[in-house]
Write a protein that binds this ligand. Structure first.
Ligand code: SAM
Length: 278
């Protein structure tokens, strides 16, 4: 067990700081204060984060951290923490780690006994989920599906029986194809596209896989929220006896037919057995 009491030890800290997903007013006071207090900030793109830091008059050294150089950069970050420096990690927008780099370095920092502290703020998946009107939980966050259609469909197939609401990130040029694939794999389900959240052209399109699959000319950043598989109530008009006999007529043994009907109706096998033999 590793027990971290975040604010009652003097261990150096790696802060994971959420930044706005469009609207700068979503930057928190705490995020600004933490970024002003750390020794160095790691980010994805120094131009993007440079603008944000400028806006909030934060002048701290800025370095990049990407998944492709995570080992080297993690070594840098751990060295700094070992030298008693506090470090912040931010991404271009929203939470670091969420479809963004950072997982590797936080694992390393945890294993080395440093504090890892989250500074909450804006995030696209939760902002989209709560305005969608689709059941907010339980939900499964998938993030980006594969770029290749074949792989994307395979990923969707693996999700076909999930009852939880599904949340995806998608880019504008693939949105129609992806929603079409969702219709092909899931059939008709409620689906919401939350676009340009927190920005001037924010738009929420609430419909279904079918009604939204041909959507064109959607620009900007978007989150897709899809309803999970719904339980279809099995409520046949025919009696238990008639149903068992039907299956037997189709070639099933009476034992298998009884088992099948019990399973489909969600009733004890013995009840079906009694019904059949009486
Ligand atoms: N780390 C970010 C977060 O916490 O939400 C997500 C980063 S991921 C690389 C970028 C994707 O997030 C976009 O392609 C889009 O799917 C989604 N996204 C980011 N900002 C958004 C916004 N303002 N509105 C809708 N979706 C957004």
């Amino acid at each position: 067990m590793i027990r971290q009491k975040s604010f009652s030890n003097n261990a150096p800290t790696l802060y994971l700081v959420a930044t706005p997903i469009g609207n700068l007013e979503d930057m928190t006071f705490r995020a600004v204060n933490i970024l002003k207090s750390v020794d160095i900030i790691y980010c994805e793109d120094t131009r993007v984060s440079g603008k944000l830091l400028n806006h909030f008059e934060i002048s701290k050294p800025l370095k990049t951290y990407h998944d492709f150089n995570k080992e080297v950069k993690s070594t840098d970050i751990l060295k700094r923490l070992s030298n008693n420096e506090n470090v912040a990690l931010i991404s271009d927008a929203g939470y670091p780690l969420i479809s963004d780099p950072g997982y590797y370095v936080i694992r390393e920092a945890i294993n080395e006994g440093f504090n890892v502290v989250s500074i909450p703020g804006a995030n696209a998946l939760l902002s989209g989920l709560v305005v969608s009107g689709i059941a907010p939980h339980p939900f499964t966050f998938i993030g980006f599906l594969d770029h290749k259609e074949g792989k994307r469909k395979k990923q969707l197939l693996e999700l076909i029986d999930h009852k939880e609401t599904l949340v995806f990130y998608e880019s504008p040029h693939r949105i129609s194809k992806t929603v079409t694939n969702m219709y092909e794999v899931f059939g008709e389900r409620d689906l919401v596209i939350a676009r340009e959240l927190t920005k001037k052209f924010e738009e929420i399109l609430r419909g279904t896989t079918k009604s939204l699959k041909d959507i064109v000319d959607l620009k900007g950043e978007m989150v897709i929220i899809v309803e999970g598989k719904q339980e279809v109530e099995y409520n046949p008009v025919i009696s238990i006896l008639e149903e068992v006999n039907l299956l037997i007529e189709e070639g099933m043994s009476s034992k298998d037919a009884i088992k099948e009907v019990a399973k489909k109706r969600g009733v004890p096998k013995n009840d079906v057995y009694q019904e059949y033999h009486n």
